[in-house]
Design a protein around this ligand. Structure first.
Ligand code: IVH
Length: 664
């Protein structure tokens, strides 16, 4: 009676685990699972003879001795020959066809190449008997006790037709969400974070204490078999279905294709979509489907002729951090950035990367002179992930300069803020940076970017907004790289940008503490620059979200003769200083919702994020309050996160934002 109840519980629990971790379709809630699990633990405690190796209570076993045992794989675990271009895929497919003889029809299976580590699971009579790392392909290490802790790996195969023996091969990996949590925890405990999910997975599997492995969020995809007795397997595609039916997780994106054109098209599509997955992939594996054909093709130095790994250029690389330099932004914020020894990352040569602030640099533990790991996420600004290996001799932790590198005025770091600031309103950096802000954010001028603005500034051609609007085609033609068409286009888009709404003009004027949101509030409240310029501090304070200090700074700005001249000049050049229809709030699906954006976003500027939300009717504000619907958190966020948590306001990610504004 007890023994059949134990068997029943084992079967139930194993089925529920499979539903949860492999199928992603749980049929019971956690409490039901826990209840059954506790019952089984109790039964096994009273009747130790009932404990079987496939019991879910046996996932965490006794710690291993000092070293892992070596084990020979029954058949060798090969590796894959790489190809990096579509031409190379075509050439390989031609070779396959030639070797198989004219007229052979060849089908291929495509699988994501998971960036984890290959393992070999040996099942005897359907029960997991041994699990080993790949090692050198012939001999690996026995990490069974650790593999048993991975919920996606079946301890017993499903179905009643288990073969006498089978080696199941696949990749153990760490999902990105779990990887981030693990690193947060490690950093919280004062330990070093792991550089990437693959290292994290490998390190977790080689833990001497399986209860540590059990806490690591590891998962598994099966992608093939080795030796087997008692299973009829005739093609790779059929094998994958067979493995799925027997309880193994098979990646949902595997597909069977018949033409090389389709293969190339899928590889291209995957390069764009790879960052949407919750795990890292570093390419696509292409395998000839039919086993008889695979056998005829054979292998060369353990690399099968029937398969290729199509790999994209890696998104991370190691290089030397030459220097940490400071750029003073248009509001006086000191932004550190990294000058790197040039290195190719994902097909692009990079020589600089953003660093956020002093705290962030020291938290990542990076120093001038170190070798560092750089990463390009999507198509954006490269980031430094952390040091590659130990610090070089003689390197020192980074310290922000005590004085502004441009004007020499002592920098300040306001309480509770992560950024150091140059308090000097006349600091020369601000002119250039506000021009850059104008072309990139306020006016967002097509085809006129930071580089051009820097060149024009250095040549003395454009040192102010009116000079930008007076720039001629002839002046541009003098510059290297400009021809008739490109110069005409640039001058035209500058002219077109005169039509931007009043609130954007206000934002771009670089009035102290007038960001995107305040500019919008001011434009709506006063309706024109004349009314705003004539307003007293008290009148400005009547506008939403503006306190006495900001009101005073704004009034002072308009009282300044130079600024008055600037406004008059821009007005005579045709810019808009009256609020219009476009300055009014929009009605849309997000009307009534209120968001705050903090930190650096990867695929939007903060202004673009605000525009996108506002275009759907949402309100975007600078301050977190009980009315805030959600706070969108980018990299290196400020104190707003803590405020949101305190106020019980939900934190959203950049992906949530993309989903909100439908920009995936
Ligand atoms: S098949 C003989 N399929 O890539 C073929 N490998 O260089 C053996 N990998 O060590 C491997 N995803 O760690 C295969 N869908 C997949 C894979 C895959 C990742 C890894 C695996 C292997 C390496 C081959």
């Amino acid at each position: 009676m007890t023994s059949s109840r134990a068997a029943e519980l084992r079967n139930l629990l194993n089925r529920w685990l499979h539903e949860y971790h492999v199928l992603d379709e749980p049929s019971v809630d956690d409490a039901t699972y826990d209840h059954a699990y506790d019952e089984l633990v109790e039964l096994e405690r009273e009747h130790p003879e009932l404990v079987t190796p496939d019991s879910p209570t046996q996932r965490v076993g006794a710690p291993a001795s000092a070293r892992f045992q070596k084990v020979s794989h029954l058949t060798a675990m090969g590796s894959l020959e790489k190809v990096t271009t579509e031409e190379a895929i075509e050439k390989w497919a031609d070779d396959v066809r030639k070797r198989l003889g004219d007229g052979a029809s060849v089908a291929y299976v495509l699988e994501p190449k998971i960036d984890g580590l290959a393992i070999n699971l040996t099942y005897e009579e359907g029960v997991l008997a041994r699990g080993a790392t790949r090692g050198d392909g012939e001999v690996g290490e026995d990490v069974t006790i650790n593999l048993r802790t991975i919920p996606a790996i079946p301890l017993r195969m499903l179905g009643s037709d288990a073969p006498r023996l089978i080696e199941v091969r696949g990749e153990v990996y760490m999902p990105l969400a779990g990887f981030r949590l693990l690193n947060e925890r490690l950093v919280g405990e004062g330990k070093k974070p792991t550089p990437n999910p693959r290292n994290a997975a490998a390190g977790s599997l080689r833990q001497k204490n399986p209860s540590i492995t059990a806490q690591r969020p590891l998962s598994f995809w099966a992608y093939g078999v080795g030796a087997h007795e008692g299973a009829e397997l005739t093609s790779h595609w059929q094998t994958l279905q067979w493995l799925r039916e027997h309880g193994f997780p098979i990646n949902p994106f595997v597909e069977r294709l018949e033409t090389v054109e389709e293969i190339a098209e899928r590889c291209r599509a995957w390069e764009r979509r790879r960052t949407e997955l919750d795990y890292e992939i570093d390419g696509i594996v292409i395998k000839v489907d039919d086993y008889a054909q695979q056998e005829r093709l054979g292998a060369l130095h353990q690399r099968p002729r029937w398969a290729r790994a199509f790999k994209w250029a890696p998104m991370t690389a190691t290089t030397r951090l030459e220097k940490i330099l400071i750029r003073v932004g248009r509001t006086g914020a000191l932004n550190p950035w990294a000058l790197l020894e040039p290195v190719e990352v994902g097909g692009v040569t990079i020589s600089r990367a953003t660093l956020h602030n002093e705290e962030d640099i020291n938290r990542k533990d990076i120093r001038e002179g170190d070798d560092v790991i750089v990463q390009r996420a999507g198509d954006v600004i490269p980031q430094i992930v952390g040091p590659a290996g130990r610090h070089k001799r003689g390197t020192k932790p980074f310290k922000m300069p005590s004085h502004c590198p441009l004007c020499g005025v002592e920098v300040v770091k306001p309480e509770g803020e992560a950024m150091h600031r140059c308090p000097n309103r006349a600091c020369p950096s601000r002119g250039l940076e506000s021009l850059i802000n104008w072309v990139q954010a306020a006016a967002d001028i097509d085809g006129v970017g930071e580089q051009l603005v820097r060149r024009l500034w250095e040549l003395g051609l454009v040192r102010s907004l009116p000079e930008l609007y007076r720039l001629t085609k002839e002046q541009l033609l003098e510059l290297d790289g400009f021809g008739e068409t490109s110069a005409t286009n640039a001058v035209n888009s500058i002219a077109v940008s005169k039509a931007i709404p009043f609130r954007r003009v206000l934002f771009g004027l670089n009035i102290p503490d007038v960001g995107w949101v305040t500019a919008q509030n001011l434009a709506r409240h006063f309706g024109s620059v004349d009314r705003l310029a004539a307003a007293t501090q008290e009148e400005i304070m009547e506008c939403e979200g503006i306190g006495p200090e900001r009101a005073e700074a704004i009034a002072e700005w308009f009282a300044d003769d130079d600024n008055e001249r600037l406004v008059a000049e821009l007005r005579s050049l045709g810019l808009r200083f009256e609020a219009g229809e476009e300055d009014r709030p929009v009605e849309g699906p997000l009307t009534g919702k209120q968001y705050v954006v903090t930190g650096t976003l990867v695929s939007f500027s903060r202004e673009q994020a605000r525009e996108a939300l506002e275009a759907l009717g949402a309100k975007v504000s600078d301050n977190v309050s009980k009315k805030t619907t959600g706070v969108i958190v980018g990299e290196s966020p400020g104190s707003k996160v803590a405020k949101a948590e305190k106020a019980g306001v939900p934190l959203l990610t950049e992906d949530d934002l993309k989903a909100l504004v439908g920009e995936l």
